[in-house]
Write a protein that binds this ligand. Structure first.
Ligand code: NAP
Length: 308
């Protein structure tokens, strides 16, 4: 078996937190490896319009912002591995990161693996995913041209999905389990002003049904108990995020929601292991704060390495 490659800093995740950490590490002349399992940009790449990242007076597509961050980090010599991390082992100051394509060793590891979309867990959701059930309006919007769709959820994610899919669909229902939303007012105002979007309040989805593709939702009003059926062709599920931390259990402290606990230096309880972005407990899950976390983690990782 070939010897594992050695780096100063290994970064897990290629979203805004990981890409910024990579930029800061490589620019500080740390030998830096960025490991990404899927697309550069992470969940940011799915955002149709980002209008709150400083410096861009016109909204920028998340994919484009991810590519720019990637190019900027690459200018300073970041190395890449496209693979998934299976586990991390600690041996003194060495951390061995085991992936699908081999092991990598470094004294400092920055966990920036982001989060996954939460599932509703109702009958039909899994079976009809890709056949009318989607978790990404930016990716799948054009498939729903002139169709009736629903977006489930009441957060920023749901209203972003709804206002994006309304460019394509003939009708968009936002179905929320309460009678008020946690989405920011600016997104609520945009959705309320959209003539194609209607809201169904206090309502839970009990099942997604259809023979080969989505045909209807079974709904229940949580206040009255009344059950109803909504005929449609598409369902976008936007009910929050779950941090990607399964491979970290037992290695670093994790909070009850599955997020990595850090201090304000992005240090975990395990020396030399940092966390940044959505994967971190109490993250406000913004591109700009993920980038800030990534920079902070990289700066303290350099300090850790120089003191060793
Ligand atoms: P979120 O803010 O956690 O909202 C999740 C929504 O789904 C809530 O309305 C919640 O209802 C609902 N929900 C959760 N579990 C459910 C279930 N089992 N059945 C039905 N409804 C359920 O998640 P998000 O909207 O994905 O946003 C995640 C984070 O990313 C947030 O911090 C958000 O601010 C950020 N984000 C920011 C932007 C932006 O434009 N700046 C865009 C997208 C996302 P309750 O309200 O009743 O709990």
């Amino acid at each position: 078996m070939s010897a594992a490659s050695r780096f100063d800093v290994i970064i897990v995740g290629g979203g805004p937190a990981g890409l910024t950490a990579a930029l800061y590490s490589a620019r500080a002349k740390m030998k830096t490896l960025l490991i990404e399992g899927s697309a550069i940009g992470g969940r940011m790449a799915e955002a149709w319009e980002i209008e709150n990242y400083p410096g861009f007076t016109e909204a920028i597509h998340g994919y484009d912002l991810g590519q720019k961050m990637f190019e900027q980090a690459n200018k300073f010599g970041v190395e890449h591995a496209q693979t998934s991390v299976i586990g991390i082992k600690i041996d003194g100051t060495d951390k061995t990161v085991t992936t699908g394509i081999g092991d990598y060793i470094a004294p400092a590891v920055i966990i920036a693996g982001g989060s996954e979309r939460r599932k509703l867990g109702v009958p039909g959701e899994k079976e009809l995913t890709g056949r009318g059930v989607s978790f990404c309006a930016t990716c799948d919007g054009p498939f729903f041209r002139d169709k009736v769709v629903a977006v489930i959820g009441g957060g920023n994610g749901a209203l972003n999905e709804a206002t994006h899919i309304s460019h394509f669909a003939s009708k968009v229902y936002v179905i929320h389990r309460r009678d008020s939303m946690r989405a920011t007012k600016v997104l609520q105002d945009k959705a309320f002003a959209d003539p194609k979007i209607s809201f169904i309040w206090d309502t839970e989805v009990k099942a997604v049904e259809g023979a080969d593709a989505v045909e209807r939702l079974k709904l229940k009003n949580v206040k009255t108990g009344a059950e109803s059926v909504l005929e449609l062709q598409g369902v976008f599920i936007a009910v929050g995020l779950v941090p990607n931390t399964d491979y970290l259990k037992g290695l670093v402290d994790i909070d009850p929601y599955g997020a990595v606990i850090t201090n304000d230096k992005m240090e975990t309880n395990s020396p030399g292991i940092y966390a940044a972005g959505d994967v971190r407990a109490n993250s406000v899950r913004q591109v700009v704060t993920a980038a800030g976390d990534g920079a902070t983690a990289a700066i303290y990782a350099q300090k850790y390495i120089s003191e060793k």
